[in-house]
Design a protein around this ligand. Structure first.
Ligand SMILES: C[S@@+](CC[C@H](N)C(=O)[O-])C[C@H]1O[C@@H](n2cnc3c(N)ncnc32)[C@H](O)[C@@H]1O
Length: 366
């Protein structure tokens, strides 16, 4: 198994661990449908485990019986699809041999359809999905020529679906500079409507950022962010995640920041204040810059700032740090909206206020 594939399945495992955890803490969900659309053969010659095995391991790691908050048992059904029947056969045998299919968790379906056909089937199913169902879709192609933003859009419009998409950004950005291949041109043109709107770059971080912005612009109401793993200066592996649920999104961002911290790329606001960021290329502190722009001339409520922070890919605790600093330096005014007094350092940037549209304070730059 290639090194980048190992990184990818590690992220998939972490994501699912969190995902199942969130769902088990949701009151009404009773069924989860997991789709691995390019599933591969399961176990590689060197013994490393591919996405279907990682998915089943995560399912088997949850308590023997998974219950939602109301005490209903949750079933998790998996569909493993690959257009190479030999790979699917091998996967089926491995799952049997390792006894990975625990029947009370749900069903496993093995399919050998083309990705495009599967996309149509899933979109159909999603249009009929009930409130107690959730769908998770993992898309791991060899390249990117199969991937269309419209497919992702059609998954997301019905709500209750999460998508994790692997793109080989570590190869894609190098081409984007000189002599862009037709397939990459098509891919970028679909996202940006016009290829000329795309700025070619020799920074992989910039490439990923542009793609993310492109996805966001195309997918109204969808929260988009990335998981990245950096191997060396020029090699960055990246998974894109898509969801319509802001709370789920916040939890995913927490996982992302945990992974980034493990990778030594965590939040480093203090460093940036002193102007000595360790990773100038990636700019972990772009939050301060974007908050400044967002607040310039326009006062914003705690509810707006919560959503803005997440959409920027950061957590409320990060904005709290920036605001504390601004407050101490007299750059930020925090204006209470009720009769209650607001103590210094209290900013109310949290889901519970967002959910109730509870505008406790308004922030204004001085
Ligand atoms: C990158 S590999 C998947 C690896 C796998 N997710 C893992 O973690 O081991 C891509 C897989 O997609 C399959 N594939 C290629 N074209 C496909 C298509 N049009 N539809 C479905 N599967 C396809 C290949 O057979 C291959 O196994």
């Amino acid at each position: 198994m290639m090194e980048h594939s190992k990184a990818k399945v590690k992220l998939l495992g972490k994501y699912l661990e969190k995902y199942f955890n969130i769902i088990c803490n949701t009151a009404h969900i009773q069924q989860i449908h997991v789709y691995d659309l390019f599933c591969g053969e399961g176990v590689y010659k060197d013994g490393s485990e591919g996405s279907p095995i990682v998915i089943l391991n995560q399912i088997n790691n949850i308590n023997p019986i998974i219950q939602n908050k109301l005490g209903n048992t949750i079933k998790i059904h998996c569909t493993f699809n690959d257009n190479d029947p030999k790979k699917v056969e091998k996967l089926q045998a491995t799952i049997k041999q390792r006894n990975l299919h625990n029947l009370h968790y749900g069903d496993i379906f093995f399919e050998t359809k083309d990705y495009k056909e599967q996309c149509e089937i899933i979109t159909q199913k999603l249009s009929k999905q009930k409130k107690f169902e959730k769908t998770f879709i993992f898309i791991d192609p060899y390249g990117y020529k199969h991937i269309k933003i419209n497919q992702i859009k059609s998954f997301m419009v019905h709500g209750n679906a999460e998508v994790l998409l692997w793109l080989p950004t570590q190869f894609m950005y190098r081409f984007s500079n000189n002599g862009t291949p037709e397939a990459l041109k098509d891919f970028i043109s679909e996202i940006f409507q016009d290829f000329n709107k795309w700025k070619s770059t020799n920074s992989v971080w910039e490439f990923i950022k542009q793609l993310k912005e492109g996805f966001k612009r195309n997918l109204d109401g969808v929260y988009v962010d990335t998981f990245t793993i950096q191997k060396d200066q020029n090699t960055v592996f990246c998974l894109f995640f898509f969801t319509t649920h802001i709370r789920g999104f916040e939890e995913m961002l927490e996982t992302k920041w945990e992974i980034d911290t493990e990778q030594g790329r965590g939040w480093s606001y203090i460093q940036s204040q002193r102007g000595e960021s360790l990773f100038p290329e990636e700019k972990t502190n772009s939050l301060e810059e974007s908050l400044t722009k967002y607040l310039e001339g326009t006062p914003r409520s705690n509810v707006e700032i919560y959503e803005f922070t997440l959409r920027e890919g950061f957590l409320p605790k990060h904005t709290n740090e920036v605001f504390s600093n601004w407050q101490s330096n007299n750059r930020l005014e925090v204006i209470p909206q009720g009769a209650e007094k607001v103590r210094k350092g209290a900013f109310y940037i949290a889901y519970k206020y967002y959910k109730d549209k509870n505008k406790k304070v308004i922030f204004q730059m001085r």
